[in-house]
Design a protein around this ligand. Structure first.
Ligand SMILES: *Cc1c(COP(=O)(O)O)cnc(C)c1O
Length: 334
């Protein structure tokens, strides 16, 4: 793999910290839990989309684009990070926000990530639930091009084979960090949604023969379609990188038992996980992704799924700005 073949902009000081979660490990009685702090990618309160955007914005600039079009749910972390980075490079950002989670909660509709989108001067347009949002974004992009704009369309979550390069790079960065401090990693656990994070990690780990499995914890789809989505993206990403060996379908594993009633809908386990991480470690998770992923990890640990002497790295994908959209839930669950 040779990532420098692809255009990139540098958006944060790498590596992000790799920290031991001593208190959480103690509270759960092992395995050893560490956290890779991709919530600390600096831009606009950070998160995993910044890594993907290094490559996506790199390509947009290489193509001379001045207007970014993207899409997401109303509390999209991806849109917030894209809107901020677009400003940094003097670009206009148009975001299509989907009413994916049916609620009339004022905080959900106007605080958290949406509030920040507005501060970044993002042009927000709303869409009802259930549309093919990537097709909507392409359509909006075509209209803007017809008006003479130079548009670069970024799919939801920045998840295509360009954006996934960010997590190929993260896999390399994490393994190098672990080798430097003599940490043996037995497993990586991460939230998985639009798939670029898990797909990039899998390609990066397979491409370097690290032999470290990744467990994705789903936040939207059932297991089979989620794994299929991640796998298809690993194939596309490996192909972009010119990796000759094929990636085994078995390398893509997702557990989708912690979604609850649907994308963005709070679960009891998520509430417990957010509180536990805050109380034990002083670290903020988010209600839609990392909170549900940590809820899954906690439950699997309680069920005895992992050996006590295993070392698990939880990839913290960020999203704490979304907490302010879920004030009502945390208030009630008090
Ligand atoms: C987007 C997002 C994810 C999911 O990553 P994908 O690459 O879309 O699978 C996880 N956590 C947070 C906080 C996110 O914003």
């Amino acid at each position: 793999m040779h990532l420098a073949r692809f255009p990139r902009v540098r958006l944060f000081p790498a590596p992000t910290p790799l920290e031991r979660l001593h208190n959480l490990t103690h509270r759960l009685g092992g395995p050893q839990i560490w956290v890779k702090r991709d919530d600390c990618t600096v831009v606009a309160t950070g998160g995993n989309k910044v890594r993907k955007l290094e490559w996506l914005i790199g390509e947009a600039l290489a193509q001379g684009a001045s207007h970014i079009v993207t899409q997401g749910a109303i509390q999209s972390n991806h849109v917030r990070q894209t809107a901020a980075i677009a400003r940094k490079f003097g670009m206009t950002c148009t975001a299509l926000l989907e009413h994916r989670f049916d609620t009339d909660d004022r905080d959900y509709l106007s605080s958290g990530n949406v509030l920040l989108d507005r501060l970044f001067g993002c042009r927000i347009e709303y869409r009802p639930a259930g549309l093919d949002m990537n097709a909507e974004a392409e359509k909006r992009g075509s209209e803007l091009r017809a008006d003479g704009e130079t548009v670069y369309v970024i799919p939801g979550g920045g998840s295509n084979s360009v954006g996934a390069l960010g997590y190929v790079s993260c896999a390399q960065e994490l393994m190098q960090q672990a080798d430097e401090i003599g940490l043996r990693i037995d497993r990586i656990v991460t939230a998985t949604g639009s798939a670029g994070t898990q797909a990039g990690l899998v390609v990066g780990l397979e491409g370097t023969n690290a032999n470290v499995p990744v467990l994705g914890i789903g936040v939207r789809l059932p297991r089979e379609p989620q794994e299929e989505k991640v796998y298809l993206l690993t194939v596309a990403t490996a192909s972009r990188l010119g990796i000759k060996a094929s990636i085994a379908r078995e390398a893509v594993v997702a557990n989708c038992d912690y979604v609850g009633a649907g994308y963005g809908v709070p679960t009891k386990g998520m509430g417990e996980a957010v509180r536990m991480m805050a109380e034990e470690e002083g670290i903020l998770l988010d209600p839609v992704y990392s909170g549900k992923a940590m809820a899954g990890l906690i439950d699997l640990i309680r069920k005895g799924t992992f050996a006590r002497d295993e070392t698990i790295v939880f990839l913290h994908t960020g999203g704490a700005a979304g907490l302010f959209g879920y004030n009502t839930f945390f208030d009630r669950a008090e």
